[in-house]
Design a protein around this ligand. Structure first.
Ligand code: FE
Ligand code: FE
Ligand code: ZN
Length: 277
């Protein structure tokens, strides 16, 4: 079965979010751990978390994916910003243990002129502070489009981050199809080669989730503008190849396409119809 879901609002609670995922044909979902602009997270309702865990078992869910606030920047040049990133991630990872064995994704950050090498050093430092041996969550570095001074725009940069982490068994990768395409990896016409390169540099076993998005722009544009499935430069055929690739077909896929809830339902239906397993 294709494991697929969309980015949903968690504001009504965990169980409600799980039910919404099923109502649009999904068997997983992504959610923000808190207001994407940061700030204090709502108190965790343990009963609600347990109810979601039960519901997920009953409905054959794959792992769900929590997304850190996108303003979080572990490699900022400002100490206060880095501290905020550290405290937020620490708190998020503690909270994730209410939903054990799932995934937590974050943007490695922007080095804002300090250079990628310095950025990588700051990111690994943060990870070495927040990861703890007993955690059951896998923390995912998201592949970035290379907009501005984003770190994580190449497989090599992601590899360097992982290399610096002591508890590296807790680290995986979330591949965003729009981002890698915008970053210059031709997953439309050269999917096989791109995945071979990923395997050679990072190791395909590290790949734990896919953000399935089409792109509004051309290969290598470094823009990061998501498009609806089949309406962008990667195209429907490209998307169908991706969900059916032997190394990807069993991963959870998450839509972050510009859609309302009905639009997500249509995309999930379309992708399920074109899944060959
Ligand atoms: Fe993201
Ligand atoms: Fe993404
Ligand atoms: Zn994006």
């Amino acid at each position: 079965m294709l494991n697929i879901g969309a980015h949903l609002s968690i504001s009504k609670g965990f169980l409600a979010c799980g039910k919404e995922a099923v109502s649009i044909g999904g068997n997983t979902f992504q959610f923000f751990t808190r207001n994407p602009r940061g700030g204090k997270a709502k108190e965790i309702d343990k009963k609600d978390a347990d109810a979601l865990i039960e519901y997920m078992k009953e409905h054959n869910f794959s792992k769900i994916l929590a997304h850190a606030p996108y303003t979080l920047n572990p490699c900022s040049a400002t100490e206060k910003t880095r501290e905020f990133a550290l405290e937020t991630m620490k708190d998020d990872l503690k909270r994730m243990e209410f939903l054990p064995n799932n995934l937590y994704n974050f943007h490695p950050g922007s080095h804002v002129g300090q250079g990628a090498e310095k950025g990588i050093e700051l990111i690994t430092k943060q990870l070495n502070t927040v990861l703890f041996p007993e955690m059951t969550t896998t923390v995912l570095l998201e592949t970035m489009a290379g907009k501005g001074s984003e770190v994580g725009k190449t497989f090599e940069e992601l590899r360097s981050i992982i290399d610096g982490v002591d508890l590296d068994e807790k680290i995986g990768i979330c591949l965003d199809t729009c981002h890698v395409f915008d970053g210059g990896y031709d997953i439309k016409d050269n999917l096989e080669e791109v995945l071979e390169e990923f395997d050679k540099i990072i190791g395909i076993k590290r790949l734990k989730a896919i953000h399935l998005n089409d792109s509004k722009n051309y290969l290598g544009c470094h823009k990061d503008r998501h498009e609806k499935i089949g309406k962008g430069a990667i195209g429907l055929e490209g998307m169908i190849k991706i969900i059916n690739h032997k190394d990807l077909k069993d991963l959870p896929f998450f839509l972050e396409t510009p859609n309302d809830i009905d639009g997500y339902a249509e995309e999930i239906k379309l992708l399920r119809e074109n899944y060959k397993y």
